[in-house]
Design a protein around this ligand. Structure first.
Ligand code: PLP
Length: 428
């Protein structure tokens, strides 16, 4: 598949943007080669500058749950834009968005909208610190919570992909307040809470980590964290920026029946526009300014375009049995991929939940980041490029998760399975 126009533009981009991109993983460094430039996206497909098109399993890193440019979202944005792109004054859709989140996620009594997932997690940890009067945090290796200083310690996603899970520029004093533990190891959490008794403000995690590949919590693990947080009066924060409103209306917490104190959201709730949110128990949320002493603000927070897009997407999700469809498509992809892996006796394993999936280039199951690091990244890169040449766009890193949208059909899944079978065959 020739991409001369993308190649030329990427060379120019390198002159003006660090690494040619505005977010590191887009640069294809983990798989080699250069990224293509998208000029349009519709339904399950993205179209590049050279006129090629791809079945898209990145789905703009999660938000495009209905597929790209769904009519309901496009119309909502157009309609809102004619009434003004930003007011900086309360608008009715902010209240509607908050009400909807509270209705769908029982642990959430109040909501604060932000402009990104990063802002949501940044604000959530400040809130937990302000509420408890404690400074320390516990997070888990491979969990990525955006590029927040205190959380960019052994993080996943792009940071991990580039081999720099600890970022330069994060003050050691701040990083020193974050204990980073292996996922799925309750004893490590228990020991750390004992060691720092009375000092840990919050435990923050992706309840289903999706930034070190896709990792599933073992039975009892999330419940165990809940219990430990109760024992130590530590705030339990679920970062559901990826999983919220994707793995069912209530996210992982409802799906697996574990209740956090605070939750962070983003991606799907913005319908493709820049949005994040944090929400949780009223007692904690009311510590936010203007009611309480924890400062948090945003010129564009609750932006009318973003609220309109997000509400249109969420209403479509609620109305149309979309989650059932996404589960079906996820199952279909899983069954097909597993059959191919068995038949080809491939040294790979598949993790899948609902419309999220990850192919690890190593035997499974993978329980934590340390095990994910066993994956053969060169093997993944070869499969990635063969799939891309066949018109299937997977995330350009072993440590990312794939997303299926409701616009994908059986035909796209079948084409994907054929491409995967051929990619493995070519790999020998
Ligand atoms: N939390 C999780 C679980 C994420 O996956 C991400 C981004 O991928 C973030 C937070 C940060 O969100 P954003 O990129 O909108 O700042």
């Amino acid at each position: 598949m020739a991409r001369p126009k993308s190649e030329t533009l990427f060379a120019e981009a390198l002159q003006y943007l660090p690494g040619g991109v505005n977010s590191p993983v887009r640069a294809f460094r983990a798989v080699g080669g250069h990224p293509f430039f998208a000029v349009r996206a519709e339904g399950p497909r993205v179209y590049d500058l050279d006129g090629n098109d791809y079945i898209d399993y990145v789905c703009t890193w999660g938000p495009a749950i209905l597929g790209h440019a769904p009519a309901v979202v496009v119309e909502a944005i157009q309609d809102a834009a004619t009434r003004g792109a930003s007011f900086g004054i309360p608008n009715p859709d902010e209240v509607e968005m908050a009400r909807l989140i509270c209705d769908w996620v029982p642990s959430v009594g109040k909501v604060r909208m932000t402009n990104s997932g990063t802002e949501a997690t940044m604000s959530a940890i400040r809130l937990a610190r302000g509420y408890t009067g404690r400074d320390r945090l516990i997070k888990f290796t491979g969990c990525y919570h955006g590029h927040v200083d205190s959380l960019l310690v052994k993080a996943g996603s792009g940071a991990l992909t580039l081999g720099a899970p600890d970022s330069a520029g994060v003050p050691a004093a701040l990083a020193g307040l974050t204990s980073t533990l292996p996922f799925n190891d309750l004893e490590a959490v228990r020991a750390t809470l004992e060691e720092y008794r009375g000092e840990v403000a919050a435990i923050i995690l992706e309840p289903i980590p999706a930034n070190a590949g896709l990792i599933l919590p073992e039975p009892g693990y999330l419940e165990g964290l809940r219990k430990l947080c109760d024992e130590h009066q530590t705030v339990l924060i679920f970062d559901e920026v990826m999983t919220g409103f994707r793995l069912g209306q209530g996210g992982v917490q409802v799906r697996l029946g574990v209740t956090p104190d605070l939750s962070c959201f983003g991606k799907v709730i913005g319908g493709g526009l820049p949005v994040g949110a944090l929400g949780g128990k009223e007692e904690i949320m009311d510590c936010l300014a203007p009611l309480g002493p924890v400062y948090q603000a945003g010129t564009l927070s609750g932006n009318p375009l973003a609220m309109a897009a997000g509400l249109a997407q969420l209403r479509a999700l609620a109305a149309g049995g979309v989650f059932v469809r996404l589960e079906e498509l996820g199952e279909m992809l899983r069954e097909g991929l597993e059959e191919i892996l068995r038949r080809r006796q491939a040294e790979m394993c598949l993790h899948q939940v609902g419309s999220m999936f990850c192919l690890f280039s190593c035997p499974g199951p993978v329980r934590n980041l340390e095990e994910a690091m066993r994956a053969d990244r060169d093997a993944f890169a070869r499969v990635f490029h063969r799939m891309l040449e066949a018109g299937v766009y997977l995330a350009p890193s072993q440590f990312e998760t794939g997303f299926i949208s409701a616009a994908h059909t059986e035909a796209e899944i079948e084409a994907t399975l054929r491409a995967f079978d051929e990619a493995l065959a070519a790999d020998g």
